[in-house]
Write a protein that binds this ligand. Structure first.
Ligand SMILES: NC(=O)c1ccc[n+]([C@@H]2O[C@H](COP(=O)([O-])OP(=O)(O)OC[C@H]3O[C@@H](n4cnc5c(N)ncnc54)[C@H](OP(=O)(O)O)[C@@H]3O)[C@@H](O)[C@H]2O)c1
Length: 247
């Protein structure tokens, strides 16, 4: 019998959970546990790391998992790499979204990593919107001259390692109008963003375009080759036919 494991934490993973539930497929949803109030899922849900590749292999064996769908965020490279390592005999499919590409009116500086984004902020003080989540704030400590606007899903646990910050706690969904207002209110000069792709976090990209603001765009991390599809329907098709149809 099919028992699907969904590695979640994204809008796409939630959409897949609903489709799987409606189709009556046995499935378990997995969260890393980073967010205080994660979205409730219509599936049995587990929370927390598996313990690396070996831990995930053990979980798959112990729970009779027959299929794994990696629907994690494109920047969750460790989890995705572990899934490839653990699924040597278990069918694995990634549900991914295309990355954003610059359009007319965009001024993007592409950087390959968080460290490179930090380096790109060298220079006189500016008002910087850091739209990268709270995990990597420490990395920006070497650039204390800027005034940082941090939009976070949860309030920070402890002190933020940056002297000048404005914190907005908001889980979204975000709209272009609200993001334009936010950027105007804080006189933002530049935005730092991961190239997440998808629609959930895109409002800030469109808002920056309409205000003519530059973006320091962090490219996606590399993930080992795996079968990949771009829609929930394609995952359902894969499950139904039990064949690897990915790229
Ligand atoms: N990175 C982002 O920008 C971002 C943005 C939005 C949402 N998210 C979501 O937040 C979660 C964590 O992201 P991250 O960048 O910290 O991941 P990561 O660096 O790739 O993962 C670090 C470790 O967290 C655990 N983990 C990650 N995702 C998991 C999941 N869905 N279920 C169980 N364990 C998981 C694994 O621990 P073990 O090795 O112990 O198994 C993994 O090795 C992901 O589920 C992702 O979809 C991330």
């Amino acid at each position: 019998m099919t028992h699907l494991l969904i590695l979640g934490g994204t809008t796409e993973a939630t959409a897949l959970a609903h489709a799987v539930h409606e189709a009556g497929v046995t499935a378990t949803f997995s969260y890393a546990g980073r967010v205080a109030r994660p979205k409730r899922q219509p599936l049995p849900t587990r929370v927390g790391g598996f313990g690396g590749v070996e831990g995930l292999k053990r979980y798959i064996a112990d729970h009779g998992i027959t299929h794994v769908v990696d629907a994690t965020h494109p920047f969750a490279a460790q989890m995705s790499t572990n899934a490839v390592g653990a699924c040597d005999t278990t069918p694995l499919l990634a549900l991914s979204r295309p990355q954003w590409t610059a359009q007319t009116g965009d001024t993007w500086t592409h950087v390959p990593s968080i460290a490179a984004a930090v380096a790109a902020l060298k220079g006189p003080p500016r008002n910087v919107m850091l739209a990268i989540g709270r995990m990597h704030l420490d990395a920006f400590a070497p650039m204390p001259q800027h005034d940082y606007l941090l939009r976070l899903v949860d309030a920070p646990d402890g002190d933020v390692p940056l002297p000048k910050t404005h914190i907005v706690v908001d889980q979204g969904p975000f709209t272009v109008d609200n993001d334009i207002a936010l950027m105007r209110d804080h006189n933002i000069d530049v935005i730092v963003s991961k190239n997440a792709g998808g629609s959930g976090a895109q409002a800030k990209i469109i808002a920056a375009r309409s205000l003519g603001l530059p973006i320091i765009m962090i490219d996606r991390p590399r993930i080992p080759n795996r079968a990949e599809v771009g829609s929930v329907a394609a995952v359902m098709d894969w499950l139904a036919h039990d064949t690897d149809r990915g790229v």
